[in-house]
Design a protein around this ligand. Structure first.
Ligand code: NI
Length: 159
């Protein structure tokens, strides 16, 4: 189970909107396991496929309450609002206050291809929305005010 390399801004794969996955295969399950391993080794609470250069609607999340593997996740209900600082493994050094729904219901396929529905609030709801942003090509820096964003873009790329 290899650790995957995490792509960082401004890598163009981070702006991709992957197509929906079809039938769940053994290769998909293996990719989800590799993503989970990579998330744990990087001490993240979530990771989306595009962050490891994979053009698929996959995400893994663990806020310390157990691992969730999601295929084709879609938010079907949102309620309330809450603003909190967020970081991202693909935007090292950036911390951005993001306004998100306080509670969500997310629908997805699990790794066996079964349809699951999960009700979440607080940090879990936030992590789900953050990962779903990744799967539509959106990053936390897109929530920054324009002056701060300009500064971030001009910062030299670290290698
Ligand atoms: Ni992120």
């Amino acid at each position: 189970m290899p650790e995957l390399k995490i792509k960082t801004f401004p890598d163009t794969i981070l702006r991709k909107k992957p197509a929906k996955a079809g039938k769940v295969t053994e290769a998909d399950r293996s990719m989800l396991s590799d993503m989970a391993k990579t998330m744990y080794l990087s001490q993240g609470v979530g990771l989306a496929a595009t962050q490891v250069g994979v053009d698929k609607q996959f995400a893994v999340i663990d806020i310390g309450e157990g691992l969730i593997k999601m295929i084709n996740p879609v938010i079907v209900k949102r309620a309330g609002f809450e603003s909190q600082e967020e970081g991202c493994l693909s935007c090292p050094g950036s911390s951005v206050k993001v306004r998100r729904a306080k509670r969500v219901v997310v629908r997805f396929l699990d790794e066996n291809g079964d349809i699951m529905e999960l009700k979440a609030e607080g940090l879990l709801a936030r992590a789900i929305q953050h990962e779903l942003d990744h799967l539509s090509g959106k990053l936390i820096i897109d929530y920054m005010n324009p002056i701060k964003r300009l500064f971030t873009k001009k910062r030299p790329r670290r290698t």
